[in-house]
Design a protein around this ligand. Sequence first.
Ligand SMILES: O=c1ccn([C@@H]2O[C@H](COP(=O)(O)O)[C@@H](O)[C@H]2O)c(=O)[nH]1
Length: 269
Amino acid sequence: MPPTFAALVTDRTRRLGTRLCVGLDPRPGLYRDPAHLREHTLDVLEATAPYAACVKPQLAFFEALGLPGFALLEEVCAAARTLGLPVLLDGKRGDIGSTAEAYAQGWLAGGHAGDALTVNPFLGFGALTPFVEAARANGGAVFVLVKTSNPDQADLQGGGISERVAAEVARLGAQEPGGEYASVGAVVGATHPGDLAAFRAAMPRALLLLPGLGAQGAAAADLAPAFHSGGTGALASASRAVQYADGLSVIASREAAQRLRNELNAALS
Ligand SMILES: O=c1ccn([C@@H]2O[C@H](COP(=O)(O)O)[C@@H](O)[C@H]2O)c(=O)[nH]1
């Protein structure tokens, strides 16, 4: 069995000293034409790869391009694999069981498959099963939305709901016998630094994906509580702050990724 997503990103953290997840959110309005978008997206991927533990394409931006977007996504996934970068697809999928099976087949086991996928628990914990099974069968991972980075998350995630989802993530992780980290991770916004220690403790074997670094105001210096004492267990994610660090300058993207990588390391030292 090849290494799992969790093992691959943890290995990159230890070997390359990076806890950064580079988000790819190609915004069509910023480009001359689809060819320009494609070229810039692939260039940013290549330039930032040495500083990244994984890459996170946001499916919405690829879907917005229609069929060519799916072709580009496959190209991005193939290029990431060539660069040795695990791919975490941000799709936030979730549906009734039989439809969830189709999503899981498509994104974790089939044609477009990434190595990991974000999933939405709103339909109930049973609806997560097809995703968890596909991730386990393929050495992949799912990242369950526990507490998202947006300010209005509390409308539905407050009142103890995030903590209930975190308990389920921990329960699923405890079912897996081996490996340092389980195939079931959690999304916890980097914009909630005061909550990170509690979520870290609540889900000891879960990788935490922390979106919101940079453009949403979260700072690397505040994220140390999300990590275990050895400096693993979380991936801090930035999209706009890297991809569009200075307009479409790929050099600026590389420098931003390097700076965020360094800031995350400094936060842990
Ligand atoms: O809670 C969440 C979950 C996912 N996201 C996604 O991450 C990126 C953030 O982009 P930035 O440019 O770094 O703000 C985007 O794709 C979101 O859909 C999130 O922001 N918060």
